[in-house]
Design a protein around this ligand. Sequence first.
Ligand SMILES: *Cc1c(COP(=O)(O)O)cnc(C)c1O
Length: 360
Amino acid sequence: MTRKYNFSAGPAGLPDEVLQQAKEELLDWQGKGLSIMEMSHRSKEFISVAETAEQDLRELMGIGADYKVLFLQGGATSQFSMIPINLLRGKGAADYIDTGIWSGKAIKEAGRFCDVKVVASSKGNGYRAIPQQNELTLNPDAAYLHYTPNETIGGLEYDYIPESGDVPLVADLSSSILSRPLDVNKFGLIYAGAQKNIGPAGLTVVVVREELLGDVVPGMPTMFDYKVHADADSMSNTPPTFGWYLAGLVFKWLKEQGGVSAIAEINQRKQEKLYAAIDASDFYANPMAKANRSWMNVPFTLADDALDGLFLEKAEEAGLLNLKGHRSVGGMRASIYNAVPETAVDALIDFMKQFEKLHA
Ligand SMILES: *Cc1c(COP(=O)(O)O)cnc(C)c1O
């Protein structure tokens, strides 16, 4: 069996070492005679797995004691509603920055609960550049300011953290969490679906400043109240135990790599060489403003889109999987999350050069 290079946008590749360990202990977790999947979430064994995962994430991201870390279900998309439900706290309006498809979905959902003020948008530049701080017309009475640090589909990433004053800052980090160091203290809440940089689909991580909890929109489902989850250590009902366990293995793996700053150096090199290869050629192109090119998701087009199908077919033959761009964008997209090794990017660049030579 050979594992191929996987450039999937999500669910994305996991580190080989993590899958290997999960395989080794799948039937018999640490000599207990059963799988971690088959254990009660209230067993002392699972609770220790859960607590260790949380501790490791806190250590990796530098999360302080004034934050709760929640391991939830429902995907990042459920957070699009949970955020207004929990963070409006009696206010009627929230600020959002529009930079592409994911922020657009968050805006649409929040509109069901409050008056959404889009304080800046990349629409005018075709979603190719992030609005600057001085372009944000912030509303001092907003309950919070929401933004999407990395737009996974467009391949557009902030090169700064918006300054929101006393208004809590909320970030959808689904596709960029743990990819480089981040000062968590600047945020009221961050969230991420696990299936890009953390683990398998089915788990959603929320890190929230504890003082923001406890004032939900009345009449909402119990399971949409962060405080219910925080008070029960995310075990108010059965949590996604296997995903939580695998996330814990990924956090351990990341610590072994040297932590977030060490992986960030590799991530920086990976994206730099891939964009350099695209820019050096007349055959491939990426239209994003250079300062806002995503480190994790690198979309690119071929000079002749009639060659797209052949490119994907030959890439797959070369062991380079899932390079097809999002259906709304077309072209190609190489997602190069933490678990995608630098050798995968090198192999992709070699393949691209080869393909260009044969077909340009
Ligand atoms: C993938 C993604 C989502 C959606 O995540 P689900 O877990 O499928 O709900 C939301 N926001 C961003 C930035 C994403 O990359």
